[in-house]
Design a protein around this ligand. Structure first.
Ligand code: PMV
Length: 337
């Protein structure tokens, strides 16, 4: 730590993980998707250093952390500017589709802005979400939708669609120009009623990463071979819209029915697997609904329940590692203000 009058206090910023309630895969084809922020968070501490850039005590390697490199280039003077020491602590399962890299990007962006003088209460959320999305898109070769980065930044429940949707509160447009292509998404917040405070999500991790790129490519191939299956993508979009109404009304049973229907349609697209199906089946007797969440092919499932202990036990017996959360945690924030 650099002593003397220029030393700045360490900044700690955090952002939540996320899980997708409805609409994964269909969102790639312009349909709406809904994600909620979860209680498990990622914390990024940013401090002074006498040596070069470091992460968790090791010399920073931009090949290993391309998304972090993208954020620091956008928000910090890397060449000639003061180097920083970063520490990352995560409560999320890694590579599980719970948005841990988006949360790191968002928390780091917020922390750097705060260190540069932005008031903790005045963080520019759409700017942070944009910076985090560009970092993810660059690191993943342009494939990332803004679902993860928007949800972990805004917190609560977020709807992303290719058009402005009347059933949610529009926040901003995300525009991505990468590899000569332009894509646009409309990002909205969904107000969650207080009646949902009693509901719990139990997330079950298969222990295997969800290979997002492979799963997106698998669905693309299926649709190429069987273009009529685009109907299933549209059905997921309709179920998602029904799910948004159910969420806004706080109707647990209706949310659960929409989740179950999403899972059935995702199975039809070939993105579930035996572990996910077993965990979903195990959760159903004690839940309002259950489905895989994220890309599938590993990764996580989730159940909406009023009996979290019973549901978590059932999922664990079926082989999953569990994480229990309320719906709609707060978004990115500065922790040490
Ligand atoms: O595994 P996750 O949480 O990154 O989810 C991927 C969601 C997809 O709809 C399959 C892809 C995307 O970019 O939205």
């Amino acid at each position: 730590m650099r002593p003397g009058p220029h030393a700045l206090p360490m900044v700690v910023a955090s952002a939540p993980g996320k899980c997708i309630l409805f609409g994964e895969h269909a969102v790639v084809y312009g349909q709406p998707a809904v994600a909620v922020a979860i209680d498990a968070r990622v914390r990024v501490s940013i401090g002074d250093t006498d040596t070069g850039w470091s992460i968790d005590g090791m010399t920073f390697d931009k090949k290993r952390h391309p998304h972090i490199d993208s954020i620091r280039k956008r928000l910090w003077t890397v060449d000639g500017g003061e180097p920083l020491s970063l520490q990352v602590k995560s409560e999320l399962f890694g590579s599980a589709g719970l948005g841990s890299s988006a949360a790191i990007c968002s928390a780091l962006a917020a922390g750097l802005l705060h260190r540069a003088g932005t008031d903790a209460g005045e963080l520019p959320l759409s700017g942070i979400a944009t910076t985090a999305h560009l970092a993810e898109a660059e690191a993943q070769g342009g494939r990332a939708s803004p679902v993860d980065t928007s949800t972990v930044t805004l917190g609560g429940a977020v709807l992303v669609s290719n058009r402005k949707e009347a059933m949610a509160n529009w926040q901003y447009t995300r525009d991505l120009r990468i590899n000569g292509q332009r894509r646009t998404w409309e990002v909205h917040r969904i107000e969650l009623p207080e009646s949902l405070d009693d509901a719990t999500l139990v997330i079950g991790f298969t222990g295997r990463p969800g290979p997002t790129g492979d799963m997106v490519a698998k669905v693309a191939k299926l649709l190429e071979r069987q273009p009529e299956r685009m109907q299933d993508i549209e059905r997921i979009g309709n179920v998602t819209r029904a799910g948004v109404t159910a969420l806004s009304l706080g109707s647990l049973d209706a949310i659960g029915i929409a989740m179950n229907e999403c899972h059935r349609l995702l199975q039809g697209l070939g993105v579930s697997d035996a572990d996910l199906d077993r965990m979903v089946e195990a959760a159903l007797p004690s839940s309002h609904g259950a489905k895989l969440t994220g890309a599938g092919g590993g990764g996580c499932m989730m159940a909406l329940t009023s009996e979290p202990r019973r549901t978590a036990e059932a999922i664990e017996i079926a082989g999953g590692r569990t994480l229990v959360s309320a719906l709609g945690a707060p978004g990115v924030r500065i922790e040490n203000d």
